[in-house]
Design a protein around this ligand. Structure first.
Ligand code: NAD
Length: 329
């Protein structure tokens, strides 16, 4: 029997690279599309020798063309860290809108299952806590973060439009803060920032007074939820995240301890429209997908810290040029 074939957009990013690994482990052939805007070919370099893996440089806002059959399209392309989407506001809106349309178009053409990587940011600064999928959110469309939040909200609406017109078998996952190896140390997200600062002995910079909360999920757990959703017939949206909620100050102190660091903790201004609380209600994922996080946070944090220790070049930020890796095939 021919192998099932998956197309992953944003495959060379943090989450995309882990997703590709899991899909290959599950027996899929994977067509990995990325324009390396915020990702890097190094992230999937370890997959290039594996059977059934193809890496293609493609900007999904231009067009998406894939030959042959496709069973599932997983649309993960998008800048995702606040630093990235604040620097790349137009690219972020284009990939959420035009890129999503092209990814849906591919799924329609191939009669493939489609999965949109949406985000807990669709809930904005939530007025309901924890957040169930039925909550419509509290997003400022004209604030600086609106480019990401509204692009994802548009992407969700577009996905539902393709579903309702019967054109595509779609699903939407709302991903809560996820962490793990291959995050960029300078991408501005709290966990890689704290780890980088702890490992280099620099002050750990906590935004505001550090009482704002997040719920963080190890990447292997997220990928498992994504795979379960794509294998189901559910439409979603469905929250995938770890409900373990903690303050940013507690997270900074925990990382400092785990990294065996003496870094002092300092406080910096909070970004505009930074959510005060964030916690997924995962009742639906538990019931419909039999999913809940399995990796203890301490284990995940230790693995991530170890990975940063083993990759000091990441802290220096010297990626291998994409061409060097793509041309090996
Ligand atoms: P990332 O920046 O590491 O990965 C995104 C990838 O998309 C990068 O490799 C980038 O080069 C690629 N990309 C961007 N624009 C593109 C385009 N026009 N054409 C082709 N490729 C393009 O971010 P991530 O953390 O891995 O996030 C992946 C997805 O998951 C995003 O859609 C993000 O919104 C979603 N998500 C992530 C989190 C999280 O905590 N990591 C939380 C919620 C949602």
């Amino acid at each position: 029997m021919a192998a099932r074939r998956a197309v992953v957009t944003g495959a060379a990013g943090f989450v995309g690279s882990h997703l590709c690994t899991r899909l290959l482990d599950d027996g899929f052939h994977v067509v990995a599309l990325d324009n390396f805007l915020t990702g890097a070919a190094d992230n999937v370099a370890h997959l290039l020798e594996r059977d059934g893996f193809r890496l293609i440089r493609a900007d999904v806002t231009d067009y998406i063309h894939v030959t042959g059959n496709v069973d599932v399209v997983l649309h993960f392309a998008s800048p995702a860290s606040p630093i990235d989407y604040l620097e790349l506001p137009i690219e972020t809106m284009k990939v959420g809108s035009i890129g999503t349309m092209h990814a849906l178009g591919l799924a329609k053409e191939k009669q493939a299952r489609f999965l949109l990587a949406s985000t807990s940011e669709t809930y904005g600064d939530p007025l309901i806590h924890p957040q169930p999928e039925t909550y419509w959110g509290n997003v400022n469309p004209v604030g600086p973060r609106g480019v990401y939040d509204e692009a994802k909200r548009f992407a969700e609406a577009l996905t539902m439009a393709y579903r309702r017109t019967g054109k595509v078998n779609t699903s939407i996952v709302r991903i809560f803060n996820t962490f793990g190896p291959r995050m960029r140390p300078n991408d501005g997200r709290a966990i890689p920032t704290f780890i980088r600062q702890a490992l280099t002995g620099n002050p750990i910079t906590v935004a505001g007074d550090g009482t704002q909360t997040r719920s963080i999920c190890y990447v292997d757990d997220l990928v498992d939820g994504v795979v379960r959703l794509s294998a189901s017939e559910l439409a979603g949206p469905i929250n995938i995240g770890n409900p373990h909620e903690l303050t940013m100050l507690a997270l900074a102190e925990w990382i400092r301890d785990l990294a065996d660091s003496q870094s002092p903790i300092t406080f910096v201004p909070r970004p505009v429209d930074d959510p005060s609380v964030r916690q997924p209600d995962i009742t639906l994922a538990r019931r419909e997908l039999g999913w809940e996080p399995q990796v203890p946070l301490e284990t995940g944090l230790k693995q991530t810290i170890d990975w940063f220790r083993e990759h000091p070049e990441m802290i220096e930020q010297i990626p291998v040029p994409a061409e060097a890796l793509i041309n090996r095939r």
